[in-house]
Write a protein of this length. Structure first.
Length: 205
């Protein structure tokens, strides 16, 4: 795919809310996205219903993708356990891993420490990029220190471009995708030093 063309395409967030994608949908999707970010799990106890099926189709049609863990951990130990489970469940063809941290479920302990523990646990298993995701206000309040350790930051703000450091900006939850015939969360690259090629290359090194 031409890099300039790829950079102009959408970058959707896909989960079980979009349903189990069909071969026909993914074949069409290939021409409409730069890459996909797919939910793998909702915390440690709930795997996304269609993550395995959907990522296998992305793989089949050579669509680059990343995977994310919607965090629900309650303490430091759960943060590490959730990271391990996420890694083992993931499709190993993923280009990067994401911590989606947008709910504070901590029953005790410091949120920044828990996020750092999640990151360090993931780093034990992979040299691929590890990305931090959250809404701007939440990122500042609950992970302002820890998020800076990640290889990239994906920040959601639907009213304006993030004013904190961001490499990927989730700017809408209403981007219509013709291949899916529905609207989804969508993002665009904001850091020219981390272009499409950076996101879809396998490792940092």
């Amino acid at each position: 795919m031409d890099k300039a063309y790829a950079s102009s395409l959408t970058i959707p967030d896909i989960s079980e809310w979009q349903g189990k994608l069909s071969t026909s949908q993914v074949r069409k999707l290939k021409k409409q996205v730069s890459f996909i970010i797919n939910r793998r799990q909702y915390g440690i106890y709930r795997q996304d219903k269609f993550a395995s099926s959907n990522t296998k189709l992305y793989q089949k049609f050579h669509i680059p993708f990343g995977e994310y863990d919607f965090a629900t951990f309650h303490n430091y130990q759960e943060a590490k356990s959730e990271a391990r489970e996420f890694y083992y469940r993931s499709n190993k063809h993923t280009k990067f891993y994401v911590l989606d941290y947008e709910q504070n479920n901590m029953k005790y302990g410091n949120t920044n420490t828990a996020v750092s523990d999640w990151y360090r646990e993931m780093r034990k298993f992979t040299s691929k990029k590890i990305i931090f995701y959250s809404y701007q206000e939440f990122a500042i309040k609950y992970a302002n220190h820890a998020r800076k350790n990640f290889d990239g930051q994906w920040i959601a703000n639907y009213t304006k471009k993030p004013t904190i450091k961001s490499d990927l900006w989730q700017y809408t939850d209403k981007k219509y995708i013709p291949a899916l015939k529905q609207a989804v969360d969508s993002s665009e690259i904001t850091n020219p030093n981390k272009n499409v090629t950076w996101w879809i290359s396998n490792t940092l090194f």
